[in-house]
Every structure is written in C-alpha cells, then in structure tokens.
Design a protein. Sequence first.
Length: 468
Amino acid sequence: MAIRCIRAIALFLLFPWQSCLALDEYRLDDGVKDSAWGLAGGSGDISFAWLNRFTVEPGLETITGLRVAFGGDSGNNNVPNGTSVTFYLWADPNQDGDPSDAVVITSWSDLVANTGSNTLNTYTLPSPQTLTAGDSFFAGAIINGLANVPFPNDVRVGALDEDGSDSIPNYPPNLQSWVASSNQSIPVDPGDLDGAVNAVARVSNAFPLPTCQGCSGDGTWLIRINAQDLSGTPQLSISPDSLNFGPSRVGEIAGPLATTLTSSGTASVDVTAITPATSPWFLNTLVPGACPTPPFSLVPGASCTLDYTFAPTAAGLQSTSITVSSNTAPPPPAPVLLLGEGVDVILEVLPLNLDFGTVALGETVTAPLQVINAGNGTATGFDLEVLGVNPALPPEFVVAPGTCGPFPFTIAYQAGCDLEVQFTPAAPGGHIFTTELITDASVTPGPFDLTGNAVVVEIFADRFQASP
C-alpha cells in the first residue's frame, strides 16, 4: 500500500495554521493544522476519502454530527467551497481498529465550507446514531469528481495535524487516521475502502512523515465528533438575579451582597467565564463559599456565591450586568443585574468666613458658625458626622459646643446646628487663622478663615477708658 500510494499519487503538505480550540466530545487533533493533503497524478478525476478511528465512550454513545476542517492555507488550490461532500460513520466488524473491512453505519451529504481556513465546520446527522460503548468505529468523508490538476496546483482536501494529539483518554497519540483515494475517475467505495485504487492505509504509511520540524511522524485529520451526553443534564441556577445596593454614600463601600450559583441539574456545570466587575462594583473572592476564578465546575447540588460590593465615586444611579457562561442546558440563566445609587453627603458652613471685627485686648467675642447637612436634590440622605477642626486652633480662637454639642457630633439629613466660636485676643494687632471642619461628607466648602483685630484700650486719669 505505501509503495503503491507513493508511486501513484503525491500527497502535498502545507504549513501550520493556528486555530482556537473547540469543545468536542471526540477529538484527536490539537486544533492546529500542520499540513493539508491532496492528490495528483493518474489519468482521471480524483476521489479522496479521509477518516479517523474512535472508541465509543460511556455516556457518549449517541453520535449527533461531525466537525471537519478542509484544505490548507488561502494561497493553495483548496477544495472549493460548495463542493459536495458525503460524511460517513463506519462500524469496525472485528474490532481490530483497521477500516479495511469497515461497514457503513450511516451517511449524509452536505457542502464544503470555509475551505483554506482552520475553521471546523459542524455537520449535523439527520438522525442521531447510538453506538455501543467500548466499540471501535470510524468517522470521515469522501469527495468525488475533483479535477486532476498537476503538481504543484493539485487540490488540497484534508487538513492534518502532524505534531501529536491531545486526545481524550484511551487513545494512543497516533495511528488513528486513514486515507484512501483514486485518481482514475473511479470513486472510492465507502463499503469497500480496501478496494480503492489506492487502498485504505494509515496516514503514517501513505506518505513519509514528518514534513514539519518537531512533528511526530504521524498525523490526525481535523475530524471531530459531537455526541449527546446521556449521563445527565447540566443546569445552572442563579438566585437572586439582581442585587440592589440602593442609595450608598459616595466615597464609602456598600455591601457585600451575594448571588448564588447552583448546579441544579443531573450533570456537572462547567462555568467557563464570568463578566469581570468594574468600578464602582467589586467582586470579593475571599469570603467563605465564594466561587473561584473560571473555569471551574459544580457537581450536581453544589453551589458557590458571587459577592459584590458597591463603592460609588460619583452621585447618581448606576448599574451593570454580570453574565455567567457555562455548559448549562438552554435557556441559560439571565445576567445578574447590579444596581446602586451614589449619594453625596453635603456639608455647608455659614458664614463662609467668620470676622470678629475689632476687639479690645483681653475681651471675648462670640459668633455663631452654622453647620448644615444640606439637601442633595433627592429625598434620600445620610447623617453627617463632624469630628473636629484641622488644624487645631490657636489659643485666641475657641470653638464651643453651641447647639451642636461637643465634638464629635452628628447632624441629620437636611438639618443644622450652631457652633459658638470665641475670639479672645492676647496680643494686639490683626489675627487670622485658616481651618476647616473634619467630617465624613463627600462634598465640603473647604477651609474657612477666622479673623479679628485686637486693640489696646487706654485708661485715662479720670478713670474713663477709650472705646475701642
């Protein structure tokens, strides 16, 4: 077979083409195409058959379709899109892993798509086929009537991974892919693969490999199988589906609030992605029972939580949605809605600056300083706490409790009180000091000035004193 193939045909090989990995129940390839095979030589139209061997896995006995990639890179003469292709499942009558005596189980026809790319196209069986766990079987395709174009413009058909396998358990890393062909206008008979002009042979025997540096010396076709998992149904439940933090003070942290992910089906749920939280929302993964970073799995009955906090940096309504991606049975759960409102706590001080005017040396003058927890334009507000002044006042200025009470004191929303500020100068001249109230407000008027002018009052011989 190897000698006949080498003499009768030329199998031409291309270079790697990167691809994203897909999740398939049966696969041999690693998702990267290392070459593409076609046919040249002979005297007639080309017929090309390519197939992989698989073993039926328990729980995945029902085959629902194939996924197949075609051709090489875009610069080659690839099998054209729209070309008719027939897909097959073959039984292995004597379970020897050799398709020479393979028997057709079912077939269905469709069209080549996305040729010259690494895209694995899905071809769904019209009627799913249930096989026996542990049995060897084959899956592949046949294309007939390809134009016989001389090298180097020959038609490239099958996409091949030469550098090994990431196959599911129970598969050796090679010797699982086969090829049969004809270049004499004689179609390959799916019921007699060994009777083809170029009889069915392992890929490793059909042409000397490897053709790429570091490859294994064998190859596996980019042919995969989808199956129905009868071992159970994954079902993801999320409750609650919204977390409302309500009004929250700007600059402070509200929460955490949690939503629970539960595997409520009969098979494990594989969580593959969760929408990242962005400011002002934060996900806390350190609380007991928190979900780990995806990907992770939840066995039936297991659960974990997504714990979020809300730290608004600006006033106003804010929202976002969190999507949990998984293998759950449809329909998937709705995204989790996060809601919150940033609310400013506004401090007002009246007057903005306090001027005691001219004061006689040694006398005390008192003036009120009104402190207000101002409205923020909404019906919702928070208490305001005043802790003291910063920097501390010099001796000539003193803040008395007034109606506010001693530091620290609290002012209810849209309420106010008066501090009594006293000026007792001990030295003549102008006095000015800048300070501000220490509060937990998110909006403040900033520093304010305490000013006054001290004068010396002269006492005359008649015991009268001059007015300041």
